[in-house]
Design a protein around this ligand. Structure first.
Ligand code: C2E
Ligand code: MG
Ligand code: MG
Length: 650
C-alpha cells in the first residue's frame, strides 16, 4: 500500500493506467448524468479522491527518483498523496452505508459515528504534523524517503475501515441486490489483494490501479441509470422504488411516502403524441423536484407508472405534509405542452411508514388499490381506520367465501313508467353480505371479481336467481314487464355467454323479452369479435340491451349508435346536476339525442319529487331511484309492488 521506501526503482506505470481508468469512470459518470443524489455524489467524490491520490503518488515518485528535487515540494506531494489515500476508505464506508440505506441506523448512534471518525482524524492529524515532527515520514541524510514511527497509523486506519466494510457487507447483505453485493465484494478483494501485493513487492505501485479496477466494476454494476431511472419521466423507476422500499422496511427506517396520483393521464395519452405525453410526465416530475428544492426538503421522486408518483421523505413529520400540500396545489396549475394548457386531476395521499404500513407487499397493495380519489391531501391512516381498506385487501377471499358459502343475494330496484303510472320493470342488483365485513358494496367487489374471473360465477348466479324469480308464480302477479340485468364487459368476452343465457331462459321457460341486459359505455370502446358475436346472437334471439351510466364515460357516439340499444339510462350524476342554464342545455340536448336515436330513457338516482317532475317535463319515460325505493330483497320487492298496486287500485 503506502510507499515504504524511496521512490528509486518504483514502477509508476500502474499508477498511470489507474489515472486513465479513473478518468474514464469520471467522464462516463458525468455523461450518463449520474451526478444527482447522495449515492452518486459520494461515488464521484471517491473517484476524484482516488484520482488526486494517484496523481500525487505519480508526482511524488517522480520527484523521489530525482534527488535534486525541492524537498518541500516532495514533502507536500507525499502528504497530499497520503491524505487523499487515507480519505478513500472512509468514503467507501459512506458509499456502502448509502447503498445499503442504513444511514439512519448509523446516525442514531452518535457515539458510533465519533468512534468511526477517530482513525481517519488520527491518521490525518499525523500526516499534517509531518513538517513539524517528521513522525509520519522524513527524508534521511541522503534525502531518501523513509517511513516514520507513526506510519502504522495509516495501516491501522485502512484496516479499520476495511474491517468495518466487511462487517457491513455481511450484516446488511440482504439490503442490496446480489449483483451489487458481488461488485462491492470484488472491490474489497481488489483492495485487499493490492495491499498484500504492495506490502511484499513495494516496487509495484499496484494499489491505486486495483482500486481503479474495483471502481470500474462498481460503475458498471452498481451505478446503472437504466436500472433505476424511468425513461419516460426521468424520475427513479418502479423497480428502484420496490428495491428501496424493501430495504427501508428491512432497516426499520422511519419515513413518509407521498403518493401523487394523476387520474386523467390515460385520457391525455389518447390524443397526445409520445413526446408530448412523456413531456407531461417529465414536467410533473420536475415540478415535484423544484418544489422539494424550494422547500428545502430532501425527497426521492419515483414514477410508478399509470400516472402514479411517489416521493419518499426521510424522518417524516411536518415536512411531508408541507410538501404534499404544495404538490397538490401546484398540480392544480395547468401544464403547457405544445400550445395546449393541460389540467391534471391529482390525488395526494401521505403514508407514514412504518406506522401505517410496515412491509413492501402491503405498501404496493395500498398504492394499487386504496389511494382515495378525494381532493386535497388525504392520509393513509384514515383509510386504514375506515375498515374499507381491510375489505379491499381481503377482497379475493371475501368473493370466494361468498361463492362457496352462498352469501350472495339479488336485490331488485323498481323502475317507474311515467306514462303508465306504474312500476313496469326493475333492475337486478347483486348484494354480498360477508360474515366479517357485513355488506360489501358492488363498486368494490365487482371490479375485483372482473380482475380475478369470479365475475363469471357471480353473473351466472344473478341470471339463475332472476330466472327463478321470473318463472315464479308471485312474479306473474306484479305486472312487471322485464328485469334489467347488469352485464360486465368481462362476461361478454366469454364465447359461450349468449348460448348459456338462451339455454337458461329455455330451462325456466321464460320469454326472451322478459330480460334486458345493461351494458356500459366502456362496451362501446371494445370492438372484440367475441363480444360483437355475443351481442348479435342475443339481439337476434329477441333480448334487448340498455346503455347504463350514460354520461360518465368517454362516449364514442358512433359506436353507441351502432349498438342495438333499446334504452339509455342517464347516470345518477345527471339527476343531481345543478339546475343552471348551461347544465339544463346539456341535459336537454342529451335527451334529444337519445330520443333521435329511437331509444327510451331511464333516469337513475332520482331522489326527490322535484327531480321526478323535472325529468317528466323533459320527456323521459322511466324513473329509477330512492324517491320510489331502494333496491330490495326479492320478498320485500314483491310486497312493495303489491302494496303500491293496491294503493293505486291497479
Ligand atoms: P348501476 O348498474 O348503475 O346501478 C345503479 C346503482 O345506483 C345501484 O348501486 C343502486 O343502488 C344505486 N341507486 C339507485 N337509486 C339511487 C339513488 O336514488 N341515489 C343513489 N345515490 N344511488 C342510487 P349498487 O347496487 O351499489 O351497484 C353499483 C354498481 O355495481 C351498479 O351500478 C353496477 O354497475 C354494478 N352491479 C351491481 N350489481 C351487478 C351485477 O349483478 N352484475 C354486474 N356486472 N354489475 C353489477
Ligand atoms: Mg345498472
Ligand atoms: Mg347505472
Amino acid at each position: 500500500m503506502l510507499n515504504n521506501v524511496s521512490g528509486l526503482g518504483k514502477l509508476v506505470y500502474f499508477d498511470y493506467s489507474a489515472l486513465i481508468v479513473l478518468s474514464v469512470i469520471l467522464i462516463s459518470t458525468v455523461m450518463r448524468k449520474m451526478t444527482k443524489g447522495r449515492l452518486n455524489t459520494i461515488f464521484i467524490l471517491i473517484v476524484v479522491t482516488a484520482f488526486a491520490s494517484t496523481l500525487c503518488d505519480c508526482l511524488a515518485v517522480r520527484h523521489d527518483n530525482n534527488l535534486y528535487s525541492n524537498t518541500t515540494v516532495r514533502m507536500a506531494e507525499h502528504m497530499a498523496y497520503l491524505f487523499f489515500h487515507v480519505l478513500t476508505t472512509p468514503l467507501f464506508c459512506l458509499y456502502v452505508t448509502e447503498l445499503t440505506d442504513t444511514r439512519h441506523l448509523v446516525r442514531r448512534r452518535r457515539l458510533l459515528v465519533y468512534l468511526l471518525a477517530v482513525p481517519f482524524f488520527a491518521a490525518t492529524s499525523a500526516i499534517f504534523l509531518t513538517p513539524v515532527n517528521h513522525k509520519m515520514f522524513y527524508f534521511d541524510s541522503s534525502l531518501q524517503y523513509v517511513r516514520g514511527e507513526w506510519f502504522w497509523l495509516l495501516y491501522f486506519s485502512a484496516v479499520f475501515y476495511v474491517a468495518y466494510l466487511i462487517f457491513f457487507l455481511v450484516r446488511f447483505r440482504h439490503n442490496v441486490t446480489a449483483g451489487r453485493w458481488v461488485s462491492l465484494v470484488i472491490l474489497l478483494v481488489c483492495m485487499l489483494a493490492a495491499i498484500v501485493l504492495q506490502y511484499f513487492f513495494p516496487e509495484f505501485l499496484v494499489e491505486m490501479f486495483a482500486t481503479a479496477v474495483g471502481l470500474l466494476f462498481i460503475s458498471v454494476m452498481v451505478q446503472r441509470p437504466e436500472e433505476i431511472i424511468d425513461v419516460e419521466s426521468g424520475a427513479k423507476s418502479r423497480a428502484a422504488f420496490a428495491e428501496d422500499m424493501h430495504r427501508s422496511f428491512g432497516n426499520k427506517k422511519v419515513f413518509d411516502i407521498i403518493i401523487l396520483k394523476v387520474s386523467n393521464l390515460q385520457s391525455f395519452r389518447e390524443f397526445l403524441s409520445y413526446d408530448e405525453s412523456t413531456g407531461l410526465l417529465k414536467e410533473t416530475r420536475e415540478r415535484a423536484d423544484r418544489l422539494r428544492q424550494q422547500l428545502g426538503i430532501f425527497a426521492e421522486v419515483y414514477y410508478l407508472r399509470n400516472g402514479v408518483y411517489a416521493l419518499t421523505v426521510d424522518g417524516g413529520g411536518d415536512s411531508s405534509q408541507t410538501l404534499a400540500k404544495a404538490l397538490y396545489e401546484e398540480s392544480g396549475k395547468p401544464i403547457r405542452i405544445s400550445n395546449m394548457n393541460i389540467n391534471l386531476i391529482t390525488y395526494c395521499c401521505i403514508i407514514r411508514c412504518p406506522e401505517d404500513i410496515s412491509d413492501a407487499r402491503a405498501l404496493s397493495e395500498f398504492i394499487n388499490k386504496a389511494i382515495p380519489n378525494e381532493e386535497g391531501v388525504t392520509f393513509a391512516a384514515d383509510v386504514l381506520k375506515s375498515g374499507r381498506y381491510d375489505m379491499i385487501i381481503d377482497m379475493d377471499s371475501i368473493i370466494s367465501r361468498a361463492l362457496s358459502e352462498e352469501r350472495l343475494e339479488v336485490y331488485y330496484q323498481p323502475i317507474y313508467s311515467i306514462s303508465d303510472k306504474k312500476f313496469h320493470s326493475a333492475e337486478a342488483l347483486i348484494r354480498l353480505k360477508d360474515e366479517k365485513y357485513g355488506f360489501v358494496p358492488p363498486d368494490l367487489f365487482i371490479p375485483e371479481a372482473e380482475r380475478n374471473g369470479a365475475i363469471h360465477k357471480i353473473g351466472r348466479f344473478v341470471f339463475e336467481s332472476v330466472c327463478r324469480f321470473l318463472a315464479s308464480e308471485e312474479f306473474k302477479k306484479l305486472g312487471i314487464d322485464y328485469i334489467e340485468i347488469n352485464l360486465s364487459v368481462v362476461e361478454c368476452m366469454r364465447e359461450t355467454l349468449a348460448d348459456e343465457i338462451i339455454d337458461l331462459l329455455h330451462k325456466y321457460g321464460i320469454a326472451h323479452g322478459m330480460i334486458n341486459l345493461e351494458i356500459t359505455e366502456t362496451f362501446a370502446a371494445h370492438t372484440q369479435s367475441v363480444m360483437i358475436e355475443n351481442i348479435r346472437k342475443l339481439t337476434e334471439a329477441g333480448i334487448a340491451f340498455s346503455l347504463d351510466d350514460f354520461g360518465t364515460g368517454y362516449s364514442n357516439m358512433q359506436s353507441i349508435a351502432l349498438l342495438p340499444l333499446a334504452i339509455t339510462k342517464l347516470d345518477k350524476t345527471f339527476a343531481s346536476l345543478e339546475d343552471n342554464d348551461k347544465m339544463t342545455l346539456v341535459v336537454e340536448h342529451s335527451i334529444d339525442l337519445i330520443k333521435a336515436l329511437q331509444m327510451k330513457i331511464v333516469v337513475e338516482g332520482v331522489e326527490t319529487k322535484e327531480m321526478l317532475e323535472r325529468f317528466s317535463r323533459l320527456g323521459c319515460e322511466y324513473i329509477q331511484g330512492y324517491y320510489f325505493s331502494k333496491p330490495l330483497p326479492r320478498d320485500e320487492f314483491v310486497k312493495f309492488i303489491m302494496s303500491y298496486k293496491e294503493k293505486q287500485g291497479q
